[in-house]
Design a protein around this ligand. Structure first.
Ligand SMILES: [Zn+2]
Length: 67
């Protein structure tokens, strides 16, 4: 299964999940359990987009968006 990366629209938490295409709609934010998330284009487009830290759980950008 591919790894998808998501951002929570409610709390701003960014996370990645190893899920099938069919399960993308069911993903929940691990922080606040919200289903209000958006998929990020990650892994495959890293050359274009600026700088999200994919190496780990990205605590840094999660903290930044949360304040
Ligand atoms: Zn959340």
């Amino acid at each position: 299964m591919p790894i998808f990366e998501f951002a929570c629209n409610d709390c701003g938490f960014i996370f990645s999940s190893l899920i099938s295409n069919a399960d993308k709609d069911k993903v929940q934010c691990p922080e606040c359990k919200s289903g209000n998330i958006k998929q990020l284009l990650s892994m495959f487009n890293t050359g274009k987009n600026k700088a999200v830290n994919y190496s780990s759980s990205c605590n840094d950008c999660a903290a930044r968006t949360r304040g």
